[in-house]
Write a protein that binds this ligand. Structure first.
Ligand code: GLP
Length: 258
């Protein structure tokens, strides 16, 4: 447990950096969304603090696959996940677009694009470290409930709750949020070598509790993650239903001493 989103970001960035500096790095699985902003800020900082030789080594081997993209949005649309990744990591770190992969939301045949994306991931050997955010309805990527653990990379319809949750990037209007997306499947996510589920903020407390306490079930897609042999959940106090700041530690000194 970490105190807040920034502390969570720093912890997750450590995991990402470790994966980037591994002797034989495997593709990273990356997410977008508000939870990830402090993660990528911390990662930029960590990489900036490295010696130039190590920094170059980490970035030269970069290979990542994002979870999802909205159907109908091209890479140049400011609310696309392509644009978010370019802003957060691609441009500031100088990562070439073909190393920072996402499904193509503007592809003329989205179902075919989903199959192409799944095949590209398989050809790259699958995900090493998968970073995930959590939707308020329990989705990971855009695997909306109900979702079986064997669901593969595909084109999905987004629920109204999800379109409301993501409306901020579309001027606050849920109607402007695309109705469909291409998402990595739970099957490909669960096949990752290691998974880190990142959860921040009080709005996620109820669903995180269900993920952690209820038996794995299709109604809560993220609950299948608990069956993974190498899952880490990194959450802040609010997401765990605690007050944002811990109570001050008791002063062990007797009164009157200094
Ligand atoms: C979004 C994305 C997920 C993201 C999750 C949480 O809809 N499809 O990849 O991790 O929902 O989003 P946020 O971090 O903005 O709360």
């Amino acid at each position: 447990m970490e105190s807040d989103g920034a502390a969570v970001g720093s912890r997750v960035a450590d995991r990402l950096l470790e994966a980037l500096l591994a002797e034989k790095p495997r593709p990273l699985g990356l997410a977008t969304g508000r939870t990830m902003a402090p993660v990528y800020a911390a990662l930029r900082q960590r990489l900036g603090d490295l010696e130039p030789v190590r920094r170059r080594a980490a970035l030269e081997g970069w290979s990542s696959f994002n979870l999802d993209e909205y159907v109908g949005l091209g890479a140049d649309h400011p609310a696309s996940f392509h644009a978010a990744m370019r802003r957060e990591l691609g441009d500031p770190l100088g990562i070439p677009p073909d190393a920072l992969r996402l499904p193509d939301g503007a592809a003329p045949d989205p179902d075919r694009e989903a199959r192409r994306y799944g095949a590209a991931l398989a050809a790259a050997g699958g995900i090493g470290l998968q970073i995930l955010g959590l939707g308020e309805n329990g989705h990971v990527g855009f695997n909306e409930p109900p979702c079986a653990p064997g669901a593969r990379t595909r084109c999905v319809s987004l629920q109204e709750a999800t379109r409301r949750q993501n409306a901020a990037a579309f001027g606050g209007d849920p109607e402007r949020v695309p109705q469909r997306s291409i998402t990595l499947g739970l099957a490909e996510i669960l096949a990752a070598e290691r998974i880190v589920l990142v959860v921040t903020g009080a709005s996620k407390a109820a669903i995180l509790r269900r993920v952690l306490e209820d038996p794995p079930q299709a109604a809560v897609p993220a609950s299948w993650l608990l069956a993974h042999p190498d899952l880490t959940v990194i959450a802040d106090r609010s997401a765990l239903g605690l007050s944002p700041s811990p109570p001050p530690a008791a002063d062990p000194r007797p009164p009157g001493s200094s």
